[in-house]
Write a protein that binds this ligand. Structure first.
Ligand code: UD1
Length: 423
């Protein structure tokens, strides 16, 4: 199994270019199933999750041509799409469920096994299914109780659907399903993440009629068919946020290129509260941790535009060394403090109580053997490794490979002392 060896490093300095968004490209790839034509997706990051989605689309009968040299993926779903997703692929990536909304249109019968809960929580799909049922899809409840989504529909019909929680995945699945449904769908309490807006703009280019994506009410007027298009994926705001914290925690000075600052308002606000100097230049976002001491702050994760749950563990890395105590409250996932144990191995002395973590701050961390407990937690322990005394050994880095393109090379180019070793 591969590992990262991270040594205490000096301030990160230089430029980093952010890759296309993982959480935008996956639903967009799933949405290609809504047409028979060729779709070309550019700025598709070279990530394990993207590779799994390519394999999943191939297993469903699509022709997929992934060109790593220019980060593009071409998908030609063609006429013969199959309705059954193989468990071997689905278990590798929970986002596989995203194909459901499109697949049901192409096959009338879609079968997708669900992987069990994951480290950060149960991650149910009842909201995705509630939306589809409201549009006339029937779900085999017996199979569902055994962890298999077996969905049938000859024709989907638009409806008004209220999501009890603004789930990103449910919003995406319902939006895709509604594009080709008969009549109008109104999705209330929809997720508002930038990745939803990117999916809607891809679907609208294909010929869909979607309004309101990025607000809590999305209106989708069904159309008869969709066509193949070209699309470039938005930059990854979570990758950008991770490098912003890299600059802050090492007291560095980093220019972040290919970033949309409006996608990062909450992260910019909180880092500014901590004393990080953030400015926009013509070339990108300059993040300086060398201007002021890093101060404590409190964080509460919320659906967008609130503070992103995916930035919670990287931000906690910063708070372990900030001046004074901080409190972090996680409201999106029920079990997203796995990284606390890893930070504590390095001397962070964090206590948790339910969904709250109390971080004393002011710590001089020490390198240790730690585990990437999930994708973002993996990036977070790498960040603490950059400022911990001595060597930090990070195992289970396949989690990090799922979501950070060229993580080691990008960090090294900024002066980080990190290497990947194969055991
Ligand atoms: C997406 C992102 C993930 C991010 C998350 C929240 C992708 C591929 N992944 O995941 O990186 O951390 O949004 O910003 O885009 N829930 C239910 N019932 C449901 C659906 C969700 O209770 O039917 C709950 C989940 O258990 C979780 C919360 O809602 O506690 C958020 O989940 P959701 O927004 O659906 O996240 P994902 O789409 O899985």
């Amino acid at each position: 199994m591969a590992k990262f060896l991270v040594q205490k490093s000096g301030p990160l300095k230089g430029e980093v270019t952010i890759s296309g968004s993982k959480n935008a490209v996956l639903p967009i790839m799933a949405a290609t199933l809504l047409t028979e034509d060729k779709c070309e997706i550019n700025d598709a990051p070279d990530l394990r999750d993207v590779e799994v989605m390519c394999k999943l689309l191939e297993s469903l009968g699509c022709d997929v041509d992934r060109k790593l040299e220019n980060n593009s993926v071409e998908v030609i779903p063609g006429k013969d799409v199959k309705g059954e997703a193989p468990y071997d692929l689905v278990k590798m990536m929970r986002a596989s469920i995203l194909v459901l909304g499109a697949l049901i249109h192409r096959t009338g019968h879609a079968v997708i096994p669900l992987p069990g809960g994951c480290a950060i929580g149960k991650r149910p799909v009842e909201l995705h299914l509630k939306g589809l049922k409201a549009m006339g899809v029937s779900i085999d409840e017996d199979k569902l109780s055994r962890g298999i989504v077996d969905a049938r529909a000859d024709q989907l019909t638009g409806n008004t659907i209220y999501l009890d929680f603004p789930s990103v995945g449910a919003t995406e699945v319902v939006m895709m399903a509604a594009t080709l449904a008969k009549g109008t769908t109104v999705l209330e309490n929809a997720a508002q993440e930038p990745e939803i807006v990117d999916l809607a703009s891809f679907l609208n280019k294909m010929g869909a009629r979607i309004k309101g994506a990025g607000t809590d009410t999305v209106k989708i007027v069904g159309v008869d068919s969709l066509k193949g298009v070209k699309h470039s994926v938005i930059p990854d705001r979570i990758e950008a946020g991770t490098f912003m914290i890299g600059a802050a925690i090492t007291k560095g000075d980093v220019l972040i290129k290919n970033v949309v600052p409006s996608h990062l308002k909450a992260v910019i606000a909180k880092l500014s509260e901590c004393g990080v100097a953030i400015s926009m230049t013509e070339e990108g976002m300059r993040v300086r941790g060398d201007v002021n001491p890093i101060l404590a702050t409190n964080i509460k994760t919320l659906p967008y535009p609130g503070f992103p749950t995916d930035m919670q563990s990287p931000f906690m890395a910063l708070l372990t060394v900030a001046k004074g105590p901080s409190v972090v409250i996680e409201t999106v996932f029920e079990n997203r403090f796995m990284h606390v144990g890893e930070f504590n191995r390095m001397g962070a002395n964090i206590k948790t109580d339910g969904n709250a973590a109390m971080i004393p701050g002011d710590k001089v961390l020490e390198g240790a053997q730690v585990v990437a407990t999930d994708l973002r937690a993996g990036a977070a322990v790498v960040l603490t490794g950059l400022v911990a005394e001595g060597m930090t050994e990070v195992s289970q880095i396949y989690h990090i490979d799922r979501g950070y393109e060229n993580f080691v090379d990008k960090l090294k180019a900024l002066g980080a002392n990190i290497m990947r070793v194969e055991d």
